[in-house]
Design a protein around this ligand. Structure first.
Ligand SMILES: NC(=O)c1ccc[n+]([C@@H]2O[C@H](COP(=O)([O-])OP(=O)(O)OC[C@H]3O[C@@H](n4cnc5c(N)ncnc54)[C@H](OP(=O)(O)O)[C@@H]3O)[C@@H](O)[C@H]2O)c1
Length: 326
C-alpha cells in the first residue's frame, strides 16, 4: 500500500509498505478520503514538532476491509470515519490523550489498522469525502455552538472548516448566524448557507460594533472565536452580556491590547474548546443525518498531491474543507 510518512527533516514523503493486519479488537480500514485541518499545516511545515516516521493527518473515512478477533462494533463492508480523539469516548476529558500525527500514526495511507473503539459509523447520506471532514473541524464546531438555539445569535469568524460547520449546526439548532469574512465572494456564499448578515472584517475592522447594531444592541450570544489573539478584542465588543466566547483557534495571532476588565464587565464565559469525544461525534452525526446537512468541500486533491492540498489550504483561498481522495 501507499502512504505518507514524515521524514527526519520534517518533510512528508510518499512510501510503499505492506498493508497491516488487524489484531484482537482491531479493524482494517480501506481509507477512501482524508481531510486537512489548520493543525496539519503546523505539523507539515515543522512549526509543531512531530517525531520522524509518523503518518500525517487526523481525519478520514473509509470501508471496513477486515476485522480482527473480538471485534463487535463493525462488520466487513461498514462505512466508517474516525473519532479525532482515539481514546476519549465521552464525558469530560480529564487528561490530554494521544493524538494522530503527533503521538500516533495518522490517516494519510491507503489502509489503516485501528482499535474498533476509535471508529464510528458514517451518516448514511454522506459520501466518503464529506464524512472525512467531520472528525476535527465539525466536532469542534459542535462543541463551540453547544447550547445555542432559537432566539440566540451565533457569530462565526471567516469561512474555514470550523466556521462553516458552526454556521450549519447553529442554523440547524434554530439560531441566527452572523458571519465575518475577508472576501466579498465568500460573503455571498455565507449568505447562501444561511447567515443572516456578513461583515467584511478587513473593511470593517471594528466589526464588534456592527454585530451589536445588527442585534439591537444585545450582541451575539455565542461567538466561535477562530482568530484568537487578533480578534478576541472585537469578540468582546460583539458578545452579549453573559454570553459565551468559544475559543477554538488562533489563525489571527496579532496582539490586541486586550483589556480583561472588558471581559469582567461583560460577564463573559470564555469556553476553550478541545474538539470533542466519540460520543460528541455520534451525537453530532445524528443531527447531521436528521437535517441532511452536507459538509462544504472546496476542493478534492488526488492522494499523490496531498502536499499540494496542504499548500492550497495554507493559501487561505479555500471556502470550507480541503479533502484528499485515496
Ligand atoms: N480547539 C480545537 O479543538 C480546534 C479544532 C479545529 C481547529 N482549531 C483551530 O481553529 C482555527 C480554524 O481552523 P480551521 O480548520 O477552520 O481553519 P481554516 O479552514 O484554515 O480556516 C481559516 C479561516 O480563518 C479565517 N480568518 C483568518 N484570519 C481571520 C481574521 N482575522 N478574522 C476572522 N477570520 C479570519 C479565514 O476566513 P476568510 O477567508 O473567510 O477570511 C480562513 O479561511 C485554527 O486556528 C485551528 O488550529 C482548533
Amino acid at each position: 500500500m501507499r502512504l505518507f510518512r514524515m521524514s527526519e527533516s520534517g518533510q512528508s514523503t510518499l512510501v510503499e509498505e505492506p498493508a497491516p493486519t488487524p489484531g484482537t479488537g482491531q479493524v482494517l480500514v480501506r481509507v477512501h478520503a482524508s481531510s486537512l485541518n489548520a493543525r496539519d499545516l503546523f505539523m507539515l511545515d515543522g512549526r509543531y514538532p512531530v517525531p520522524p516516521g509518523r503518518v500525517p493527518l487526523s481525519d478520514a473515512a473509509g470501508v471496513v476491509e477486515a476485522i480482527g478477533p473480538g471485534v463487535t462494533r463493525f462488520e466487513v463492508g461498514d462505512r466508517v470515519l474516525n473519532s479525532f480523539h482515539p481514546t476519549w469516548f465521552g464525558g469530560p476529558q480529564r487528561t490530554p490523550g494521544p493524538a494522530y500525527h503527533t503521538d500516533l500514526d495518522g490517516w494519510l495511507a491507503e489502509y489503516v489498522v485501528i482499535d474498533q473503539q476509535g471508529l464510528v459509523s458514517m451518516p448514511a447520506h454522506l459520501d466518503f469525502a464529506e464524512a472525512a471532514t467531520l472528525p476535527c473541524a465539525a466536532v469542534t464546531a459542535w462543541s463551540a455552538v453547544a447550547g445555542a438555539g432559537p432566539g440566540d445569535t451565533v457569530l462565526v469568524q471567516g469561512s474555514g472548516g470550523v466556521s462553516l460547520f458552526a454556521l450549519q449546526l447553529a442554523r440547524a439548532a434554530g439560531a441566527r448566524v452572523i458571519a465575518t469574512t475577508s472576501s466579498e465572494k465568500k460573503a455571498v456564499r455565507l449568505l447562501d448557507l444561511g447567515a443572516s448578515d456578513v461583515i467584511n472584517y478587513v473593511s470593517t475592522p471594528d466589526w464588534g460594533r456592527q454585530v451589536r447594531e445588527l442585534t439591537d444592541g444585545r450582541g451575539a450570544d455565542v461567538i466561535v472565536e477562530v482568530g484568537g489573539a487578533g480578534t478576541i478584542a472585537q469578540s468582546i465588543a460583539a458578545v452579549a452580556y453573559r454570553g459565551v466566547i468559544s475559543l477554538t483557534g488562533n489563525v489571527a495571532p496579532a496582539t490586541t491590547g486586550l483589556d480583561i476588565v472588558d471581559l469582567l464587565y461583560a460577564q463573559v464565559t470564555l469556553r476553550v474548546i478541545g474538539g470533542g469525544s466519540r460520543s460528541d461525534l455520534e451525537d453530532m452525526n445524528r443531527v447531521i443525518a436528521a437535517h441532511k446537512l452536507r459538509p462544504v468541500i472546496d476542493r478534492v486533491f488526488p492522494f499523490e498531491e496531498a502536499l499540494d492540498a496542504a499548500s492550497y489550504l495554507a493559501s487561505g483561498a479555500h471556502f470550507g474543507k480541503v479533502v484528499i481522495s485515496h
